[in-house]
Each structure stands twice: as C-alpha cells, then as structure tokens.
Design a protein around this ligand. Sequence first.
Ligand SMILES: [Zn+2]
Length: 144
Amino acid sequence: MHEVSIAESLIALIRRHLPAHQRLVQATVRIGPMHGIVPEAMEMAWNIASADAGWKGSRLIVMTPPWRLRCVVCGRCWEPVTVDEHCVCGAAHVEILGGDEFQLDSIDVHSAAKHRRRNTARHGRGRPRTFTRGVAHEHQSSHR
Ligand SMILES: [Zn+2]
C-alpha cells in the first residue's frame, strides 16, 4: 500500500500551491506507470489522507501517462502496451524514457468568493471497514 505515502506526498505538494484560507476540492495529478498505482487503493488512501489534511470529500484525479520506450539500436521511440516490448526492428535493447512522472496538474479550491461545483455524491462513498482499518494502521506506522 505505497499509495498511502503517495497520498501524503501529494498533500505536501498541494499545500505548497493552495492559497491561504482555501480548501481543496479537487486535484488532478499526473503519475507515471512506473509508480504502479492501484486506482482503488489510491482512492482509499486519498480519502483518508485528505480528510486528515482537512479536505474531507475532496477528489483526486490521477492521469497516467503512457510508458515510452526508445530502441537503443535504431533510435525508434514509441508508446508500448507493456514495458517489456521489443522494438519492431527486432532489438530487445530498449531504454525507458517516461513512466516516472509525478506532478500536480491542477487544483480546484473552495473559497467564500467562488463556489466550485462539488461532487457531493462522493462524500460518504464506500469505505469498506476492513480496508479502512488496514490503511489506518499503515498510515499510523508511516507517521512520526
Ligand atoms: Zn529498433
């Protein structure tokens, strides 16, 4: 469940961009496939970590850019389906160009002046008790 530490890293990152006295409604991030994020686990980790941060009910949208490979033999670049693909020239020596992206694309904030539409349907969204406990435990152990 490294999604918990990813959620905490994202919160630290977002805090640096969040205007004073505003709370996060939605964040869009770009996380490369190298990080191996499981969407369901990421959502649960986010629900807990963002509530701790005071942004209960905020949404996290994760964009996953594709892998990019470059053939060491012919120089061809492409976006493979799986990262262990060989080049069409037959070469198995490929270099991984992307996949490790970790960046904040945009944030939507809530302030008194400007009400963004909030997806309230996601508020009490299912958090299976067993899973929540597991996450909470790992969350505690990764805390100081
Ligand atoms: Zn090639």
